[in-house]
Design a protein around this ligand. Sequence first.
Ligand code: GAP
Length: 454
Amino acid sequence: MVAKSMEQLVSLCKRRGFIFQNSDIYGGLQGVYDYGPLGVELKNNLKAAWWRSMVYERDDIEGLDSAILTNQKVLHYSGHEDTFSDPMTDCRKCKGRFRADHIKDGKCPNCGSVDLTDPRPFNLMFKTNIGPVDDGANFGYLRPETAQAIFTQFKNVVDSTSRKLPFGIAQIGKSFRNEITPRNFIFRVREFEQAELEYFVAPGEDEKWHEIWKEERVKWWENQGLKRENINIYTTPKNDLAHYAKACYDIEYQFPHGMEELEGIANRTDYDLGNHTKAQDEMNLTSNCHKNPDSTQKLCISDDNNKWVIPFVIEPSMGVDRGVLAVMTEAYTEEDLGEGNSRIVLKLKKHLAPIKVAVIPLKKNNEQIMSKCKEIKNNLLKLGIGRVALENTGNIGKAYRRHDEVGTPLCITVDFETIEQYPESVTIRDRDTMKQTRVNVADLKDYLRNYFAE
Ligand code: GAP
């Protein structure tokens, strides 16, 4: 069962410190959010899971971390200056501005007026002045996708790693789009993170790899806890494809506001490397490219027959923020405990949980118990499992409830038995079953190592 409403998630996110409105004390900045103490852990864990599956577990993918500020020429030759726009419509009555495809029955979504302008293109890129002279000539863009630097650095990566086809370059980082109508919490925002893979293949092998990556990525999302029945694969119709794509699958998820795109998997052909390549006429390209007198490189690679080719690209591109929203939606559960009691529990996969273990003293400010708690925490940190939190609230019931809500898989309680009896032991409470198990302190490390290795 998924979360009942976006309001429940937004409320949990604020109450427990996952996500806050940016510039909140000044009334907020629309379409921009900040990740709080637990949100940053969850987001980092999701990114680490993606990086591990792409770069560490495979032997055909390299990583990259490129700059956000981008040379205007890159986004000119990529086609974004000309075509990266949404059609926008203004309401003449309330002065609201909307994406034309968000208008239903020809009425303003804000005031219901039918006095609307014809749709016109609105470029989504953030333009910014670069350097001390603001004369309109020295400008660049905040990147609208992380992908372009993977294309422009293609030759440097190939030359420095001696890669052969097929291989990929992976990158996680911020992207910026001046969305006309940001909405649905962190679903559609103006500043967001993407995790993108550009997987380079021999021309002619692209369709096979497009299918392979679609399957891989659905499996990965299932490993992050999303149920298959809440995922849909949408094949983008030809007339709706991005300017660079020959085909695209969207992995959609059943968000609280509806089934919507979580990740796109596009076949970008040789469009991008071709566009950024000098002397295109010599390269046998399939795509229609801008003529490029500015590039200094041919972005090609030697194939099995020692022939220089411009590879095709398959691109799985996930929105990290939409990923956070999806795993939280899936994990959010309200449980009826009987006799008028209930609890909210975030049943996150343990590798995603912001806090892995909470160490809780049965009694507040008891020196002996606290010092045992600290010793246990420091020992567990050495396991490298992630954040281990130390509590000193003295209210065990409240602490369990709080850790259920933020998805902490295990709570360890240190009580008087721990310090007074031999061998020393603690109770471990499981978030999902609420079962408590007595474990010797000497066995704790092995217990947790096995638990988190599963
Ligand atoms: N490089 C390809 C690309 O950027 P896209 O479909 O425009 O393709 C990829 O974006 C993913 O980035 C989307 O599936 C979505 O998860 C995320 N994304 C795009 N725009 C977003 C926005 N305004 N807010 C949050 N996430 C966004």
